[in-house]
Design a protein around this ligand. Sequence first.
Ligand code: GUN
Length: 283
Amino acid sequence: MVISGKELAKEVKENIARKVASYRIEYGREPNLCVILVGEDPASAGYVRSKGKQAGEVGFSHTEIHLPATITEHELIDKVKELNADEGVDGILVQLPLPKHIRKHRVIESIDPAKDVDGFHSKNVDALWHRLPGIRACTPKGIIKLLDKAGVEIAGKHAVVIGRSNIVGFPVAKLLLDRNATVTIAHSHTEDLASITRTADILVVAIGVPKLITGDMVKEGVAVIDVGITHDPETGKLSGDVDFDTVEPKASVITPVPGGVGPMTIACLLENTLDCYTRKMQW
Ligand code: GUN
C-alpha cells in the first residue's frame, strides 16, 4: 500500500480550516504565520511560497519576509525579536539553510519558544526529550501521523531510523521510542547498513542519498517512510532515499516521493501554528 501524504495532509488541513472558521468568530482574528527567507536559494524560495500559500488555504493570515543574503546575524535576530514582540504574530519560521556567516543556532534560539512552529528551539527540543508539552518538529510529527493513518503497529516493533539530524532523524527516533518501538539509529558511518535495515519492521530513511535503500536491504512486510528528496539535475526528476521500484513490492506500506512526507511537514507546520495561536488566545 502506498500511503498518500497528500491525502492525509488534505484531511489535516480541512480539520484546521474548520477550526479556524469558528476561532475567528470566537477570538476576533485568524492565526498568523510569519515566514522569513534570507537570500535567493530557489529551493528555499519554493518551500516558503508553498508554506505561505497553504497557510492562506486554511484561513490563516501570513507574512513572508524576504531579507537579502548580505544581512548580518544581528540584523536578522533584531527582526526575529520584533516579531516575538508583535501580538499579532503567532508563529515564526526562519527558512533553513541560512547563509554561512549567520550562526543558525543563534537565530533559532532568538525565536520565542511559544512561537517556534518548527519546534527547533532548545526549549522545545528539551520538552521532547523530557516528554513534556511543547512544540514538536513538523516532519517527525507528520511521519507518526502517516504510520498511524496506515494502521502500522509501532509498539514492540523494531524501528530503524537512518539519519541523525536535529530536524528529522533524532526527533523521529525519540517519538518512535515514546510509542514503545525499539529504535536503532543508523547513519553515514554505520558499517553493514543492510544487516540492520533487514531487521526493521519500520524503516525511516532521512539521509539524503538518492536510492540508498534497495529491495535486497529490506524484509518482507516492512513499513517504509522515505524522507529524502533530491533533484536529479540530469533527468529533472525528484528522487527519494529509497529505490521505490525494488522496495515497494516487499513493503506492507511505503511513502512515495514526491507526495509522501513532504505534504505532511507543511500540514504539521500549520497545526503547530494553530496550537500556538489557541494557547495564546486561551491563556
Ligand atoms: N529547511 C528544510 N526543512 C526545513 C524545515 O522544516 N524548517 C525550516 N525552517 N527550514 C527548513
